[in-house]
Design a protein around this ligand. Structure first.
Ligand SMILES: [Zn+2]
Length: 279
């Protein structure tokens, strides 16, 4: 071991801010997320996450942000406290992402694997909107909110959503924007039917399974059924849904016109029915 007095002045400066090594360390799992590993490290040392970060002298407000971007100084502090190499710490954060991948990667946990969570694991993969089954044990990931029992979700919906998730991954990683645009159009359509508002990329990262699974299934369904046709035969088109659909089809004038005919058709249909009932 090198005595502090033998180090260069820069090293001495580092030494002054380096936290004491923790009594216990834990070995990171492949694909483990930094915040998850820090939680395991805290548990192994009988403290909570905030106490651990305070010991390492990292502002707790940056706790979850560290998963996406960590500077050299913070990586060095964590590495020193946990007795691992700084590169190991950096390898637990997300690598550089394309804007498309970033839009489909959740900043906060929205799904998890029941089996691996029990062991305190948290994987980077789970944050991706397209992640469907756990990479470690193969169990289907579950949303953090909403339905918890598998049997409440129809098998058919799970099957279609899994296919849609695969297509979403392919779209997110494809070179051009076309595939993702098509997938998001299907999601926008699904959102309109569920009267779920907001950005389509958030719908597929929704902590409620009924929203996320339905939107993923729509990506798979849109492959076999044109959306405009689906919109026309849909029974639950209201004013909000119409606006959502118009937005979804705004770059395709032919489909836009077809969708815009829906309320007219419905109004005519309703008028005829009302007329008949009075006769
Ligand atoms: Zn698992």
């Amino acid at each position: 071991m090198v005595a502090p007095c033998e180090r260069s002045s820069a090293a001495r400066e580092d030494c002054a801010v380096t936290p004491r090594p923790l009594p216990k360390t834990v070995v990171p799992f492949p694909n483990e997320l930094l915040s998850g590993w820090l939680s395991r490290l805290a548990a192994a040392n009988y403290c909570d996450d905030a106490e651990l970060l305070a010991h390492i002298e990292i502002d707790t407000t940056y706790g979850t942000a560290l998963d996406f971007s960590i500077d050299a100084a913070a990586a060095e502090k964590i590495a020193s406290a946990a007795r691992v190499a700084p590169d190991v710490v950096r390898s637990l954060t997300f690598p550089a992402m394309t804007p498309r991948e970033a839009s489909l990667t959740a900043l906060m946990p929205f799904q998890h694997c029941r089996q691996c969570s029990r062991e305190g694991l948290s994987l980077r993969h789970w944050r991706r909107a397209w992640a469907f089954d756990c990479r470690v044990c193969g169990t289907r990931l579950v949303q953090t909110l909403g339905k918890t029992r598998d049997e409440q979700i129809p098998d058919k919906l799970i099957y279609r959503a899994r296919r849609g998730a695969g297509m979403l991954e392919c779209a997110a990683r494809s070179r051009g924007p076309k595939k993702l645009r098509r997938a998001m159009r299907a999601v926008t359509f699904a959102m309109s039917l569920k009267t779920f508002r907001g950005d389509p990329s958030f719908a597929v990262q929704n902590p409620r399974s009924e929203v996320r699974l339905f939107c993923l299934a729509a990506i798979a369904a849109a492959r076999s059924q044109p959306l405009a046709k689906a919109a026309i035969i849909s029974k639950s088109i209201d004013e909000y849904a119409r606006v959502a659909l118009l937005r979804a089809f705004e770059k395709e004038p032919r489909l836009l016109a077809a969708v815009d005919h829906i309320p007219q058709r419905r109004a005519t249909g309703a008028g005829l029915m009302t007329g008949k009932s009075h006769n």
